[in-house]
Design a protein around this ligand. Structure first.
Ligand code: ZN
Length: 332
């Protein structure tokens, strides 16, 4: 865990969780507040893994009050709020969504952010935010501090939670995880039981970390992306390959491609060249080719956002089927 020691987290000494754990999101930490909100298994979990049905409708830039950000106690000139605004620009280059910033007395806000260092970091997933009561914060950025300079860790933290806010889940629970990362279940369970007794039991460790999402829960994913801003830090001893999964502070190419193909921009008008270049980059990153690429592009060109997402989902499902077919037969 040497890599995490070089990252400074002012004030985090007050929290009784190990340093590297600060790279993990709420469903891995003590804050597990939302699982019962809708009874759904994914509620409260915080990938380039997502389920198309939970995403925001695309192109909501013309709905002025659809996605509002509200801060709990400060105004949008505050240090923490400015960090959010700055870092959010990185996502906005890849999603056709508009984020408006409003003050904390504006009850129309859908994304409601707090910066409470004692509540870890978490966010509701996209439309699940409608399940929260209006007085509840939908996102906490517990490791974003009140000073002007943005650290790498803060950037990663904000990108990760806004990944959830636009609908992404945890990459570690990718149904295709085992292709690249075989977890040492007993080591992980023992770790949680020893370090957070009373908070985690074997069942909740399995639920939050070990069990991958099933294909009803997630639809839009491909192979495991260990560079995703939606994965979390994992010490080498937690998996059979002894792979130390380091924290990510920037969007991976997969993150960008999935964001764009789930929330595509219209490839016309002044920005047509730029949009088309981004689309081509996304198709190349994911290796979307031939008929799939053509059908997705046709829907995007027609501004049929539901159709585009449906075609992209179809590609994701096909990829999973191909990966399944390629798996070696296992004898019982
Ligand atoms: Zn998370």
């Amino acid at each position: 865990m040497a890599t995490s020691e070089s990252i400074s987290h002012p004030q985090t000494e007050t929290l009784d969780v190990p340093e590297w754990f600060k790279h993990c999101c709420a469903d891995l930490s003590r804050v597990r507040t939302h699982e019962s909100a809708s009874g759904g298994r994914l509620v409260g979990m915080k990938a380039v893994v997502t389920n198309a049905s939970r995403l925001w409708d695309n192109g909501q830039t013309h709905v002025p009050d659809l996605v509002h950000l509200i801060c709990r106690s400060e105004d949008w000139d505050g240090n923490q709020q400015n960090k959010v605004k700055e870092v959010l620009k990185l996502w906005q280059e890849h999603v056709n969504l508009d984020f408006n910033f409003v003050e904390d007395n504006d009850t129309s806000a859908i994304i409601r952010i707090s910066f409470d260092p004692n509540r870890g970091s978490y966010s509701y997933i996209a439309k699940d935010m409608f399940l929260a009561s209006k007085t509840e914060q939908t996102m906490n950025l517990g490791w974003v501090w009140d000073n002007p300079a943005i650290t790498d860790n803060e950037m990663g933290n904000i990108l990760h939670e806004f990944g959830h806010a636009i609908g992404f889940l945890h990459e570690i629970k990718n149904p295709r995880r085992d292709e690249k990362l075989k977890l040492r279940e007993k080591v992980i369970i023992d770790y949680y039981l020893q370090t957070q007794p009373g908070i985690f039991n074997e069942e909740s460790v399995r639920y939050n970390i070990l069990d991958v999402y099933n294909l009803q829960e997630v639809t839009n994913f491909s192979s495991l992306d260990l560079k995703s801003v939606m994965k979390f830090f994992m010490p080498a001893e937690w998996n059979e390959g002894n792979i130390e999964v380091l924290p990510n502070y920037v969007l991976s190419e997969f993150d960008k491609a999935f964001a764009l193909l789930n929330y595509p921009f219209a490839p016309d008008g002044d920005k047509a060249d730029d949009v088309n270049a981004k689309l081509e980059a996304a198709f190349a990153t994911l290796n979307v080719q031939d008929d799939f690429k053509k059908s997705i592009l046709a829907e995007i060109t027609a501004h049929d956002w539901d159709g585009a997402r449906a075609e992209f989902t179809r590609w994701c499902i096909n990829e999973t089927a191909l990966a399944d077919k390629a798996k070696p037969e296992v004898d019982d």
